[in-house]
Design a protein around this ligand. Structure first.
Ligand code: DMJ
Length: 657
């Protein structure tokens, strides 16, 4: 299948287990504010954006431009080289025109068509053209990507206002490039993919003396490469490669880079307990404990690498990857966390939890996400993960859910001092992945209408869907509450003392009255330190799941409104693309001058999927990793199985010692 090098971290190739695996493998064959158009991040921002987003007939031809590179290792036919040269000259002229060199009175021209696409063609009652809206998302992606490519190509960070880049490792990690690959495939951005592939083939090396975060590198880089492999092999019509594709080393390019990286990352799991160290030194194949937190790793980080390594195990037939990441789940579960809710730190040395702090925000979030997604990834055969998910959701209801005052929005709070301590009515934006994931768990990816017809439908599922709807509405309220329409990093809620239990009656308003004195606004509170918006995806992620599952168009409309706020308030002048905000609660907002790679990997991808037909990567066939990289669901076959059992528990769920 591919020319893999021998991994550095595998057990003896002569052992009997290994031989059995190889035989099996060989036989398996698996080889409103917006209409004003004022107050964006910087003056004239909208002018630049508009230049990209105005109707095609007026657009400079700057879309999906072809590339020619002297360094290409493949010799290209003469006629193609000539054509490329002509194209280069042509597009250079277009580029100069775009930047105003030849365009005459550009400001009046721009003002005339400013934001012409926002609202004007959408008379009330007129059928919404979702594909047209989706095209706007593609244009926003192109704007971001092209800015990165122009000003910071190959850098891991991009600062859109300074228009500079920064490396995270001596030779770069491809942080933005790799995280964007599958989004570009979905959007059919072929020439941009070619450029990215060339960089991968000719520049990317993992052999660098650099410590990297185990989790972040797994979900973004390993996940990005694996989903690029998945989409390019299973959906060859998405952004097909040309026969003279630059850097075209065949379909294994992504997989080979993924495997090389995985062999380095897997060294993080060589701790006493099997819980991965927070970091890995890439060139040394060596794990490294966290500098802070007494050497403990984040629980979410340790338990949000399983989908990636299990898919890689399936692709390569290397059971080793599977076993390493699965062991983590056992070590975590052997702690016997009360009601399925886990503290947010865990020691690699002992496998014991550190602190009592429990939350579904940072450091806790994706532990819960990967419980249900591991169950779905292997076609719903690993009951253990379903059981752990169900237990944790019951724990969330019992300990973390309350209602705000006076309007009674559903709040998913935190227990910083453990389950016996007080409930903190604080919600990180990160928590907003949860409602969509609840809906996914209820139906397994079917629509709600389909799932309701199954004999397995019951009151619990009914209640879970209600919770999913309520929490989605709360998360959307976090956006509506802010001046820019873009949520803060953290939102607090006014709650009763003592907090209302989950069973309390509650009936929040369906709509968010725009009146600045509307009662619903009293329920929410954002502190001065938390007003930043990092272009995070969690709410649009939930909107995407909720739309696909409930088929209620309001989720799509909310997504469109959110998209317009991003365009209106985070676009950067001079073709810089889009930026995070330091203050999203004032107009104009205060920019932060940073582009998060998950803007390209997740936020824009979920928008694109939200506006796409529902059969694009259907929810009952794929599973998205926590960075929105889609992987296929698969059967475990004979090689793989759940290699552990939960310790027996008593009626209260406590481990029987
Ligand atoms: C992403 O890297 C992932 O979604 C992760 O699970 C949480 N943080 C960011 C996005 O907010």
């Amino acid at each position: 299948m591919s020319s893999f090098t021998v991994p550095r971290n595998v057990p003896s190739f002569g052992n009997p287990q290994r031989l059995a695996e190889d035989r099996l493998w060989a036989s398996s064959g698996m080889a409103s504010r917006n209409s004003r158009g004022h107050g964006g991040v910087l003056d004239n921002v909208q002018h630049s954006v508009d230049s990209f987003l105005r109707p095609k007939s007026q657009l400079p031809m700057y879309k999906d431009k072809p590339y020619t590179y002297a360094g290409s290792r493949r010799i290209r036919p003469h006629w193609r080289r000539k054509r490329s040269l002509l194209a280069l000259v042509f597009f250079s002229i277009c580029g100069l025109w775009f930047f105003g060199f030849f365009s005459g009175d550009s400001s009046s021209r721009r003002a005339a068509s400013q934001w012409s696409w926002m609202g004007t063609s959408e008379a009330p009652g007129k059928k919404v053209d979702w594909l047209k809206r989706r095209e706007r998302v593609v244009e926003a992606f192109e704007l971001s990507w092209d800015a990165y490519e122009r000003y910071a190509w190959g850098y891991d960070e991009y600062h859109p206002i300074a228009k500079t880049g920064k490396m995270m490792a001596p030779e770069g990690l491809g942080w933005i490039i790799i995280d964007s690959l599958d989004t570009m495939m979905l959007m059919n951005l072929t020439s941009r993919i070619s450029h990215a592939r060339e960089w991968l083939a000719e520049t990317l090396t993992w052999d660098q003396n650099q410590d990297v975060n185990t989790f972040e590198t797994t979900i973004r880089m390993l996940g990005g490469l694996l989903s690029a492999h998945y989409l390019s092999t299973e959906f060859p019509d998405l952004a097909p490669l040309a026969d003279d594709d630059a850097g075209g080393l065949g379909e294994d390019l992504y997989l080979e880079k993924a495997k090389d990286l995985a062999d380095r990352l897997i060294s993080a799991f060589d701790s006493e307990s099997g819980i991965p160290y927070a970091s890995v030194i890439l060139s040394k194949y060596e794990g490294k404990p966290s500098h802070g937190d007494d050497g403990a790793s984040s629980t979410a980080e340790a338990t949000t690498v399983q989908l990636e390594f299990k898919y890689l195990a399936k692709l390569t037939g290397e059971k080793f990857y599977w076993d390493k990441v699965e062991k983590v789940m056992q070590v975590v579960d052997d702690n016997g966390a009360e009601d399925g809710l886990v503290p947010i730190f865990i020691y690699p040395s002992t496998g014991q939890f550190r602190t009592k702090n429990i939350r579904l925000g940072s450091r806790g979030d994706s532990y819960y996400e990967y419980l249900i997604k591991q169950y779905l990834q292997t076609n719903e055969k690993e009951e253990i993960y379903r059981e752990m998910w169900d237990e944790s959701l019951a724990g969330v209801r019992k300990h973390l859910i309350t209602y705000s005052s006076p309007s009674r929005f559903t709040v998913l709070g935190e227990r910083p001092s453990g389950l016996d301590g007080a409930l903190s009515p604080k919600m990180d934006h990160l928590v907003c992945f949860y409602p969509g994931t609840i809906a996914l768990a209820v139906t397994g990816g079917l629509t709600e209408a389909e799932a309701r017809k199954l004999p397995s439908w019951n009151q619990q599922k009914e209640d879970d869907m209600r919770l999913a709807r309520e929490l989605t509405q709360t998360c959307w309220g976090m956006y509506k509450w802010m001046a820019t329409g873009l949520a803060a990093e953290i939102t607090y809620f006014n709650i009763d003392n003592p907090p209302l239990p989950e069973s309390a009656p509650h009936n929040p308003p369906d709509d968010f009255d725009p009146d600045p004195d509307a009662a619903w606004r009293k329920d929410f509170d954002v502190r001065a330190n938390d007003v930043h918006n990092l272009q995070r995806p969690e709410t649009v992620e939930s909107l995407f799941y909720m739309w696909r599952i409930t088929e209620d168009p309001k989720y799509r409309e909310w997504g469109w409104e959110m998209f317009k706020s991003f365009v209106n308030y985070t676009a950067v002048d001079e073709g810089g693309g889009f930026t995070s905000l330091s203050n999203a609660n004032r107009i104009p907002p205060v920019p932060r001058d940073n582009l998060e790679s998950f803007w390209l990997a997740e936020t824009l991808k979920y928008m694109y999927l939200l506006f796409s037909p529902n059969d694009l990567l259907p929810l009952d066939k794929v599973v998205y990793n926590t960075e929105a990289h889609p992987f296929p669901r698969f059967d475990m076959g004979q090689l793989f199985s759940t290699g552990w059992k939960r310790k027996p528990r008593d009626a209260e769920g406590k481990i029987i010692r």
